[in-house]
Design a protein around this ligand. Structure first.
Ligand code: HEC
Ligand code: HEC
Ligand code: HEC
Ligand code: HEC
Ligand code: HEC
Ligand code: HEC
Ligand code: HEC
Ligand code: HEC
Ligand code: HEC
Length: 448
């Protein structure tokens, strides 16, 4: 027994002496592939004890001499599978990632390959044999793979536009496959793109939010609603009550927000604060119509979006009804916004004088909520619904104006009441002076 043990210890030691005598040393993959190894060892895979050999095969270690270490070619052994081709990569990753029992302990879904096959990318790769289509490693990197929450990851929300943009911003590649590169600039300049890339707000949709991580298909016209509605739930509910929601072929949200397509979405509404600030800067003499234009220029722009479908010269009942409603609705909204801004400005001016306006400021809270509701509510395209929001708004503005009128009337009254007092003080002063002169004449006589 003891002699066996001795051999178990001795054999590797002797082997080392042997190899040392031959100028050989025992090396692993990272000795010759420093660059790949460096990336790999910081990755989520290295932490999960995945090894180079899981993806490439090869031996656990090799006995090599100095010459082999620097030789441009190397025999990695019979179990070596080499560098996977782009066509092999999805299945190579899926060895583990489609294995539910392997992924479960990490709380990861095992559906990536299945979804990928249904995507535009997967179909292009497997069916059209199009090597340019994105494979797993294009979106996740080859060796430097991290969780999406890691800022170093290509799938971190802030990095996704660049990850997709490496191909979708590549003019030569995209024109070959019939896609436009403009979507990249359109997205970056959109309300969502600026929110994500400039304000670093990760609540904004990235390319992958709308297209899906693995099932990257264009959400065709019919399913756009499910994409936008994920975040704009209330607005979607309102839209679903509009006459357009009943039309199957209606391109939904992007009919009015998309411009050329769905990537150029811009901010549509004016915030209550913006209304007030713009009112303060607007020329005093302008009439209400000009005022509405300067407070909320997009309003008329969006009215024009109706003309895209409802022919201006048409006398079809639906078109006539559409025009009537759009004119009426946006007119009502514009006037309500002017009334709101005017009241807020009045509170501001009065507050800078001697009157206290804290109560009025509190009373405007309801109006501010109502003004912010106009944008979402108009998606119903129902005059009655808009009118009821405006009724709440007017209730506050009317009450505030009445209250300020009363305070100002009170102030005027107090101002007038001062006149008799001043008169009394004046008369009293004059009388005192006369009295003084008389007393002086009686009592202060010059010495003889
Ligand atoms: C999760 C699977 C995976 C693991 C683990 C992995 N690789 Fe790779 N490796 C790949 C894939 C896929 C490619 C092919 C990338 C491509 O198409 O450019 C690749 C490419 C390579 C290449 C060729 C690079 C080139 O530019 O030609 C080398 C060398 C390499 N890997 C070494 C390693 C080493 C060393 C390790 C361990 C430290 C390792 N790999 C771990 C998947 C893996
Ligand atoms: C003694 C140095 C050495 C060691 C150790 C070594 N390699 Fe290599 N490897 C090379 C050289 C040299 C090449 C370049 C071309 C060739 O001969 O295939 C290469 C190429 C590769 C490639 C690219 C093959 C292709 O088809 O382009 C991969 C992948 C790779 N090695 C992975 C590994 C892995 C995994 C290990 C560890 C199991 C490993 N290597 C260990 C020297 C080494
Ligand atoms: C040998 C098994 C194995 C192979 C092959 C493999 N992975 Fe993984 N991968 C794992 C394990 C295990 C984890 C879980 C690590 C963790 O969450 O800590 C993981 C995690 C990941 C994650 C992070 C998931 C998350 O959000 O937590 C990504 C992304 C990933 N792998 C992509 C790939 C890609 C791309 C390939 C192919 C190039 C690949 N994997 C090949 C085992 C593997
Ligand atoms: C077009 C880009 C793209 C391709 C191709 C792609 N992924 Fe992903 N993958 C993502 C994005 C984006 C995420 C989600 C990040 C997040 O959670 O925000 C993700 C998430 C993951 C995760 C974390 C778990 C999950 O499903 O959310 C794993 C694991 C993963 N991918 C593996 C793969 C594998 C394996 C392939 C190839 C079959 C692949 N990915 C192909 C972009 C891609
Ligand atoms: C490696 C390059 C590459 C990357 C990275 C890439 N794509 Fe693609 N994508 C393509 C190519 C090429 C096509 C055209 C495939 C075809 O139809 O032949 C395509 C097609 C598409 C399509 C249209 C699918 C269809 O059915 O018409 C969408 C949507 C898409 N990509 C979204 C994305 C998103 C989102 C990302 C990032 C998460 C991304 N792509 C990353 C190369 C890429
Ligand atoms: C707010 C949701 C949303 C975001 C964010 C988004 N897309 Fe799209 N995308 C869509 C919709 C909806 C369509 C279908 C538009 C149509 O049919 O006109 C589309 C179509 C596409 C198409 C196919 C049509 C074409 O013109 O080639 C590609 C490719 C694409 N998007 C890539 C991207 C990329 C890359 C990003 C990130 C820079 C991105 N998308 C961000 C919603 C979005
Ligand atoms: C991942 C969530 C998400 C998705 C999906 C999404 N959005 Fe947004 N969107 C936001 C956020 C967050 C804002 C910023 C809200 C703000 O600033 O008040 C925003 C802002 C907007 C605005 C400007 C709002 C304003 O106050 O004027 C419009 C218009 C818009 N989105 C339309 C769309 C359309 C159309 C789609 C579908 C093609 C869509 N969004 C998909 C999250 C999303
Ligand atoms: C993408 C095209 C499109 C756009 C943009 C569009 N509509 Fe419509 N609208 C339609 C269609 C189609 C119908 C159904 C016509 C019919 O019933 O003959 C319709 C019907 C209507 C109706 C119902 C008419 C009735 O018969 O009761 C109203 C109201 C309406 N639209 C208002 C508007 C307003 C307001 C706008 C702009 C904010 C607008 N539409 C923008 C396509 C559009
Ligand atoms: C018929 C044209 C039309 C359609 C269809 C439409 N919108 Fe709007 N959207 C508008 C107008 C007009 C405004 C208000 C602009 C303003 O106040 O200046 C607006 C404002 C918005 C806003 C900012 C106000 C708010 O609701 O928070 C968002 C977000 C928005 N739309 C999302 C959507 C979504 C999501 C869809 C699809 C479910 C959609 N829109 C469909 C015309 C439309």
């Amino acid at each position: 027994m003891a002699s066996y043990l001795r051999y178990i210890v001795l054999i590797p030691v002797l082997a080392l002496f042997d190899s040392a005598a031959l100028g050989q040393e025992q090396v692993t993959c990272e000795v010759c592939h420093e660059a790949e190894a460096k990336q790999f060892f910081s990755s989520v895979h290295s932490a999960a004890a995945v090894s180079c050999r899981d993806c490439h095969g090869g031996e656990a270690a090799y006995l090599v001499d100095a010459q082999q270490r620097t030789s441009p070619s190397f025999d990695h052994g019979p179990s070596f599978s080499g560098k996977p081709t782009r066509f092999e990569i999805p299945e190579r990753c899926a060895q583990c990632h489609a294995n539910v029992s392997l992924m479960n302990p990490y709380g990861l879904p095992a559906d990536q390959l299945m979804r990928y096959r249904t995507s535009g990318h997967g179909k292009a790769l497997f069916e059209k044999k199009n090597e340019a289509a994105a494979v797993c490693t294009d979106c996740h990197d080859v060796h430097a793979i991290f969780k999406a929450s890691d800022p170093r990851s290509r799938t971190h929300p802030l990095n996704v536009p660049d990850t997709c943009g490496r191909c979708h911003g590549d003019e030569a590649m995209m024109s070959e496959h019939g896609h436009s590169v403009e979507i990249m600039d359109e997205y970056r300049a959109s309300v969502h793109g600026r929110g994500l890339l400039e304000a670093q707000d990760t609540g904004m949709p990235t390319c992958a939010t709308c297209h899906g991580n693995h099932a990257a298909a264009p959400p065709g016209v019919a399913s756009v609603n499910t994409v936008c509605g994920k975040c704009h739930q209330q607005t979607e509910q309102f839209f679903l009550k509009s006459p357009h929601a009943e039309i199957d072929s209606f391109p939904r949200c992007i009919a009015c927000h998309g411009g050329e397509n769905s990537h150029a979405i811009q901010q549509a509404t004016i915030r209550p604060k913006q209304l007030v600030a713009r009112f303060a800067r607007s020329p005093a003499a302008s009439d209400d119509h000009a005022l509405i234009e300067s407070l909320h220029p997009q309003l008329s722009l969006l009215t024009e979006s109706c003309y895209e479908c409802h022919d201006e010269d048409s006398d079809l009942p639906a078109d006539l009804e559409a025009f009537k409603r759009s004119e009426e609705m946006y007119g009502m909204i514009g006037e309500a916004e002017v009334a709101y801004a005017r009241t807020m400005a009045r509170i501001d001016v009065v507050g800078r004088g001697v009157l206290l306006v804290e109560d009025e400021q509190l009373m405007m809270a309801d109006a501010t909520t109502a003004v912010a509701e106009l944008g979402p509510t108009q998606h119903m395209l129902q005059i009655g619904e808009i009118a009821s929001v405006i009724a709440r708004l007017s209730a506050s503005t009317d009450a505030v104006n009445v209250s300020i009128d009363e305070k100002e009337a009170g102030l005027a009254w107090r101002y007038w009441i001062l006149w008799p007092m001043w008169g009394f003080i004046l008369v009293f002063g004059v009388a005192s002076y006369v009295k003084y002169l008389r007393l002086k004449a009686i009592h202060v006589k010059p010495l003889p």
